[in-house]
Ligand binder design. Structure first.
Ligand SMILES: [Zn+2]
Length: 319
């Protein structure tokens, strides 16, 4: 099974089981949330073959997963929607109405489930749901309200992830490659080209590791960015690099290959690791796909030459 298949199993089977009835858990402590987040990170690192020291911000986002609290909040808000829409004759609706009235009168216990659900609603600035319910005692459109819940959490999750990753300069290359909280485009490609799955995964991993300085034991040079040095500059890897560049010239039309190499080195490495630079936006999707498939082969060969060097710098992919 490939990384995406494993991620889907995690999202659709393992997570819902692990978070069974989380809408009724109430407010989790910091330690409890941290343990759940650790479990999620452990799984993603295992699926992607990332080292346990790999940065959190470039881990779960590679497979487009939200932080665990966002997922729990989604279950809570969907449950609240079901309570809003429930028939007033049912016991759970009557209990909910009593608790909601207590809350509105300021008499609610802050440990109550209703208090926690309404607090979650306010967290996502969705007061209008409560106001609408108070006016009409009913929220009619299940599909629309579910969509609003999902989009509200998605926006907040994406903003939280962006602000976290933007505060870490060592992950600026990763952020240029993966600037949205969705499944990495090379992992999507791996679903289509199964025979390249493992090689595309190596490209994903190279793009996700932090920028770090160090001395290259292959050529003895000191660099401020070990990965960039190995892929673009190390003189001991000249032949492998040239072979990779020749293939880019073969795959792209002449004008585009010229423009590819006119990019800054920082953009070239982003493009080589699957990112969409300003120039790459002008490359059509077929050419981009062909280029990535060729690069997967060549990058994997290059990686075979320097993976020992990565281990020395404490980048260990376990392969
Ligand atoms: Zn070197």
């Amino acid at each position: 099974m490939n990384s995406i298949t494993n991620t889907i199993i995690w999202k659709r089977i393992v997570l819902p089981t692990a978070l069974y009835l989380c809408e009724l858990w109430g407010q989790l402590t910091f330690a409890e949330t941290r343990m759940l987040a650790q479990t999620q990170r452990y799984f993603v690192r295992f699926v992607l073959g990332l080292d346990k020291r790999s940065p959190t911000d470039s881990c779960t986002s590679t497979v487009g997963l939200w932080y665990i609290q966002g997922l729990i909040d989604k279950f809570k808000l969907l449950f609240l929607g079901r309570l809003f829409r429930a028939n007033s004759n049912t016991t759970h609706k009557q209990l909910f109405t009593v608790r909601l009235n207590q809350l509105l009168l300021g008499e609610s216990d802050k440990r109550s489930i209703t208090y926690d659900l309404i607090k979650t609603l306010i967290k996502y600035a969705m007061h209008s749901f409560l106001e609408s319910y108070m006016d009409d005692l009913y929220i009619s459109d299940k599909k629309l309200s579910s969509k609003i819940v999902k989009q509200s959490i998605e926006i907040r999750e994406e903003n939280n992830w962006k602000s976290s990753i933007q505060s870490r300069p060592e992950l600026c290359r990763y952020y240029e490659i993966q600037n949205r909280l969705s499944i990495h485009r090379l992992l999507r490609l791996a679903v289509v080209y199964l025979h390249l799955n493992y090689k595309l995964l190596v490209m994903v991993k190279l793009g996700s590791i932090a920028i770090k300085d160090g001395q290259c034991s292959l050529c003895g040079c000191y660099s401020t960015d070990v990965v960039q040095h190995l892929i673009l500059y190390c003189e001991k890897l000249l032949d492998e690099r040239n072979n990779m560049f020749y293939r880019i010239v073969d795959v792209l039309p002449v004008q585009e290959s010229v423009r590819f190499f006119q990019q800054d080195d920082s953009d070239i490495i982003v493009a080589l690791l699957g990112g969409i630079t300003d120039f790459m936006q002008s490359v059509n999707s077929d050419n981009w796909r062909n280029m990535m498939c060729c690069l997967a082969d060549h990058k994997f060969h290059l990686y075979g030459k320097f993976k020992g060097e990565l281990s020395e710098h404490r980048f260990n992919f376990g392969h």
